[in-house]
Design a protein around this ligand. Structure first.
Ligand SMILES: [Zn+2]
Length: 273
């Protein structure tokens, strides 16, 4: 049986004789694993269309629940993504997350759109890795049915609380500071107003508006810790690509003060002794 679908290659596994097994996130059939013959036999444009993180139109042949790529034509190639190791590592993590959360054998257009938009904004330097990571994690979980309930306090229903809320990553709920009392409840994470607003935006906004919010670089890093903690709680396991992404990101962050110190210093008021 022949199937036509548009999809993004999110993982590739090299098999013997240069044959590959691709994981493709498609609009019509969700996740598809498809074999593709040796690149040497395929020729240039077809080889490019089946490359990792390429969005292509595929003609697949299915035989006893096994797919193979019959032909493919690239729609969008994210060339410059590969120039940046951090972005590539984040894309790999996003791929593993999609493999965990996206459906198989059913429509997955929203997942695909989220992934493609994220790659585009990363590649074009329109959003940073620190912006995309928490957004992708939380939105992906929401699409897959793990949406936390952030509408209001789980006890009294309070929506707006000047003193902030506590987030429970296991239950996916929030508690206002009045209900929580003086001591932070066990297993909870305190949320600032900005963090809660960003999380609400990510899960409740329309897909064409989800990338439209602003937060400081430090704020995004903290948000990323919270969304990741929630994600790992919900999945009940860690992901190898996430560990790799962190090792790269931590290296960059540790080098940043050195890089900054090489820039000409701006005059700053000295503290009085
Ligand atoms: Zn309350």
């Amino acid at each position: 049986m022949q199937v036509t679908a548009n999809g993004l290659v999110i993982r590739e596994k090299i098999l013997s004789n240069d044959n590959r097994l691709l994981t493709i996130l498609t609009d019509e059939c969700g996740l598809v694993r498809a074999f593709v013959k040796s690149v040497k036999k395929l020729g240039g444009s077809l080889a490019a269309a089946t490359d990792l993180f390429t969005y292509s139109s595929f003609v697949l042949f299915s035989n006893k629940e096994q797919y193979s790529v019959n032909s493919a034509e690239s729609i969008q190639i994210f060339y410059h993504l590969r120039d940046d190791l951090e972005k590539t590592a984040l894309a790999s993590y996003m791929g593993q997350l999609a493999e965990e959360l996206a459906p198989q054998g059913e429509q997955a257009e929203e997942y695909l759109r989220l992934f493609l938009n994220s790659l585009y904004l990363l590649e074009q330097n329109k959003r940073t890795v620190d912006f995309i990571k928490p957004l992708f994690e939380l939105r992906m979980l929401t699409l897959a049915g793990y949406m936390p309930d952030l509408v209001g306090c789980q006890n009294c229903g309070e929506y707006y609380d000047a003193d902030g809320f506590y987030f429970f990553p296991t239950a996916g709920r929030i508690l206002c500071s009045d209900c929580a009392g003086e001591i932070p409840p066990q297993g909870s994470i305190p949320l600032t107003k900005a963090q809660l607003a960003a999380m609400r935006h990510i899960i409740y906004s329309e897909s064409n508006r989800v990338f439209q919010f602003k937060m400081s670089a430090e704020g995004l890093q903290n948000l990323g810790r919270i969304t990741e903690f929630y994600l790992l709680n919900q999945l009940g396991k860690t992901l190898s690509t996430l560990d790799f992404y962190h090792s790269l990101r931590e290296m960059t962050l540790s080098l940043q003060p050195q890089l900054q110190s090489q820039q000409p210093l701006q005059e700053q008021p000295q503290p009085q002794q």
